[in-house]
Design a protein around this ligand. Structure first.
Ligand SMILES: Nc1ncnc2c1ncn2[C@@H]1O[C@H](COP(=O)(O)OP(=O)(O)OP(=O)(O)O)[C@@H](O)[C@H]1O
Ligand SMILES: [Mg+2]
Length: 355
């Protein structure tokens, strides 16, 4: 078991900064998800922890030990990559036994540990099958069993559920979370699925172009994003620009006041209000509060309905509610409102590297 410390870690490939000056601590037993768009450096961070590539700057410590110059096999790390790459000629038992066999463990121990690992991923009875005789989700669970069977200090998972359909993915997510909690293994999971990140993680780090934009609990990064990039990457966000009226809220250029806590921002300073669509209420046109708007589009999502609105305050606004809760048809004139505590203000300097 071990905490991971990144101390100014950087990785450059020629002119490309794959990872920039990463400093953070992942406490022992934490489930940390690395979230970011394609090319943002997610896989590179896992490869650096695993020792598959050397950093061009900084140090990595595992359980307090500097591993920066250690070979991968000296690091006690279990790995699952997106293409789960089981050995096709070996049956499930021998696939899972592999990390124990290369470590020269005795046969009886191997038999016990493989059986326990297969039970853990609910694949007892599959030991003699070959990978091609398994479904995608079953193969993925074999890959997971192979990654933790030798009791590694750290589990690195690079989009391990990427190949699964939504239903299976949600099932394996639940299993993965339970497994990680029971084993207490420090885990880094890479995904670009924001729901997966929000539902599985103790904390999330959001990357853009190799730079950490924010690290925090799912609730923090969702409700209190550090900048526009994070706000836009974790779901839809309404962004309203204006000027701070200290202690009152944000004054929009069209004159409306968005009431909210002003978080110590200076009077008159430019800022952006972030409001999540599910916090936006649709009111009748005659309501005495809120911002006037007109429904442009109505999107049915099964569990949710979403409205895209042209607002008098300038930008497009988005509202969402459980289907049946709110009602509005295309062309309706409405007013939109939200509670002051559902507004998060971003100062001008947190505009970020453009969403
Ligand atoms: N071996 C390499 N040589 C040169 N450049 C590389 C190499 N590996 C990665 N890169 C570059 O480093 C950056 C980060 O790549 P990385 O694979 O970490 O992204 P990622 O966040 O995992 O993306 P994806 O979601 O597409 O898997 C990219 O610009 C990529 O092109
Ligand atoms: Mg990747």
């Amino acid at each position: 078991m071990g905490a991971i410390e990144f101390d100014g870690v950087a990785k450059r490939y020629g002119p490309v900064h794959a990872v920039r000056d990463l400093t953070m601590r992942v406490p022992e037993g934490e489930f940390l998800t690395i979230l970011g768009p394609s090319g943002s450096g997610k896989t590179t961070i896992l490869s650096l922890v695993a020792g598959l590539v050397p950093p061009t700057g900084g140090r990595i410590l595992i359980a307090g030990r500097d591993v920066t110059n250690l070979e991968p096999q000296q690091r006690r790390i279990g790995l699952v990559f997106q293409s789960y790459a089981l050995f096709p000629h070996l049956d499930v038992f021998r696939n899972v036994a592999f990390p124990l066999a290369v470590r020269g463990r005795p046969r009886s121990e191997i038999a016990d540990k493989v059986a326990a690992a297969l039970a853990r991923v609910r694949l007892d009875g599959f030991a003699r099958r070959k990978p091609q005789q398994l479904s995608g989700g079953q193969q993925q669970r074999v890959a997971l069993a192979r990654a933790f069977v030798f009791e590694p200090d750290i589990l690195l998972l690079d989009e391990p559920l990427g190949a699964l359909d939504r239903k299976l993915r949600e099932e394996v997510q639940v299993e993965l979370k339970a497994l990680q909690r029971d084993l207490g293994i420090t885990t880094l999971l890479v995904t670009h699925d924001q729901e997966e990140a929000l539902s599985l993680s103790d904390r999330i780090i959001v990357l853009d172009h190799g730079a950490m934009q924010q690290v925090g609990t799912p609730d923090e990064v969702y409700r209190r994003p550090a900048n526009r990039f994070v706000a836009g990457f974790l779901g839809l966000a309404n962004l309203l620009e204006g000027r701070v009226e200290a202690g009152r809220g944000l004054r929009l250029p069209t004159g409306e006041l968005v009431a909210c806590a002003t978080q110590g921002l200076a009077e008159g300073s430019p800022a952006t209000a972030v409001v999540r669509p599910e916090r936006v209420r649709l009111l009748p046109e005659t309501a005495g509060e809120g911002i006037a708007a007109r429904v442009r589009q109505d999107v049915y999502l099964g569990h949710l309905r979403r409205w895209h609105l042209d607002s008098d305050a300038g930008p497009e606004l988005i509202a969402a509610a459980a289907d049946g809760v709110g009602q509005a048809a295309i062309g309706d004139r409405v007013r939109v409102a939200w509670a002051p505590e559902d507004v998060w203000l971003l100062p001008e300097e947190a505009r970020g590297a453009a969403a």
